[in-house]
Design a protein around this ligand. Structure first.
Ligand code: GLN
Length: 452
């Protein structure tokens, strides 16, 4: 723990941590020492983790990287952090993120950009991906042994790919959402980000499990993912979805994909071509469904119950709401609230929201049909390597395009993982994505293990 605490202090210029909690990590380390001498070590005894600041942590400020939650100190622990700490892990601090997990570059945080430990051509500073950019940067810079992330449309997988680490989004419902700040409730899933597939398997086991406090939590057994980890893919079929081959996709992404196919074949898998015909509609569908749910979830920040309150002199209650929300939410959050409110409004609800829900069902059905032919899918994680700050932040559509390969499996609620698989011409990390059947995290982890 001490080495990690020192590393966190030395790496403050990365801006990965919003709050440092060395005392928490040290306490876990002491408890681990005591447990070890008694021969009672727990699965994560003393392991120092970073916690994305979207998870409520008892007694430690939780902001979702928004001004509107500044000063909010939860009186309770999220289920995910309670499980990790219950298994012996310690917390080094709370990690920066895109505000309310909305973004793909960590440039929407109210507390400044997170910088990737990687440098681009000409020593340019690069984005760590988003929204779990504090998590990816901190794990890649070896500030923590692992971190929690959340993934609504790619926020675990894309930042993992950008920084050369592994990250898995489990099946929707595997990890409890209780005590995690909500973005889009039908999509949000927590998951681990770590140095390799094995560490992800270990952390995932601790994070998963039924929680009666989350109505969408799945009451299913949690396998021992690490014990069953195997890179032997004999008898497995890996599908290559042809719709993920985009026009204008960089040559190096295509080459990486081919290389991944080769590795999986060497591991014994049979490679089959599959078609997911509605893939093309996933991005527009996601950018209707996610903002719709966000606009509803974010209605709770009214200046009364949490964090910031702006009280204009002599103003009414409505004016207090208005002033608080105007000052508290960042521009990307406001954009999502406006899109969401629009697509849910009377007159547009059928044309946009209901239509998007129908297309979402078709996207899920595409995957169901693919599973008749294969066990797991292989695709790129993102259409490019990490980019420079400011290169996409003025163009929301260009930014949203980053999520083109990650949102379909989110809409279908399927487990999906990014593993480090190679580098681009500038030596920057690139990731490959494995997408699995519902509840088959093991299949995803094993295929990832064969690539890593
Ligand atoms: N980049 C996507 C968005 O901005 C995904 C974010 C996420 O998964 N939390 O919505």
């Amino acid at each position: 723990a001490t080495a990690h605490i020192e590393a966190v202090e030395a790496a403050r210029p990365l801006n990965a941590f919003l709050v440092e909690t060395p005392e928490h990590a040290l306490k876990a380390a002491d408890a681990a020492d005591a447990a070890l001498t008694k021969g009672e070590a727990k699965p994560l005894s003393g392991i120092p983790l970073g916690i994305k600041d979207l998870f409520c942590t008892e007694g430690v400020q939780t902001t979702a990287a928004s001004k509107i939650l500044e000063g909010f100190v939860p009186q309770y622990e999220s289920t995910i952090t309670a499980k990790l700490f219950g298994d012996g892990a310690g917390m080094l601090g709370k990690l920066n993120l895109d505000q309310f997990a909305m973004g793909s570059s960590n440039e929407t945080s109210a507390y400044g950009n997170v910088i990737s430990p990687w440098r681009g051509a000409g020593d340019a500073q690069l984005v760590p991906g988003g929204s779990s950019g504090g998590s990816s940067s901190a794990v890649a810079a070896r500030l923590c042994a692992g971190a929690t992330g959340t993934d609504t449309g790619g926020s675990i997988r894309q930042p993992a790919a950008f920084t050369g680490i592994a990250g898995i989004k489990p099946t929707y419902g595997r990890c409890s959402r209780w005590g995690t700040v909500a973005f889009a409730s039908s999509l949000d899933q927590a998951g681990p980000m770590a140095r390799d597939v094995r560490d992800c398997a270990i952390l995932l086991k601790s994070m998963c499990g039924f929680d009666p406090k989350d109505s969408t939590s799945l009451d299913v057994a949690v396998p021992d993912f690490e014990a069953a980890l195997s890179g032997d893919l004999r008898g497995k079929k890996v599908g290559i979805p042809k719709e993920y081959r985009l026009d204008g996709m960089p040559e190096e992404i295509e080459a990486l994909w081919q290389q991944g196919i080769g590795w999986l074949r060497e591991a014994g898998a049979e490679i089959v071509d599959v078609s997911l015909p509605h893939t093309h509609y996933a991005l527009p569908t996601y950018y209707i469904v996610a903002p719709a749910e966000a606009s509803s979830n974010l209605a709770r920040y009214d200046g009364v119950r949490y964090g910031l309150r702006e009280t204009p002199q002599g103003g009414s209650l409505a004016e207090m709401y208005e002033a608080t929300r105007a000052a508290g939410f960042g521009p990307e959050v406001k954009r999502r609230i406006m899109i969401g409110t629009y697509v849910l409004s009377a007159g547009y609800y059928d044309a946009y929201y209901i239509k998007a829900q129908k297309v979402r069902a078709l996207i899920a059905r595409d995957f169901d049909e693919a599973w008749a032919k294969c066990d797991v899918l292989l695709a790129p994680t993102a259409p490019s390597a990490a980019f420079a700050f400011g290169s996409k932040s003025d163009d929301p559509i260009a930014m949203y395009l980053n999520d083109v390969f990650t949102v379909p499996s989110s809409l279908a609620g399927l487990p999906a993982m990014s593993v480090p698989a190679g580098v681009d011409v500038d030596g920057l990390p690139l990731g490959l994505q494995l997408i699995g059947k519902s509840l088959d995290e093991q299949g995803v982890l094993n295929a990832g293990y064969a690539i890593e």
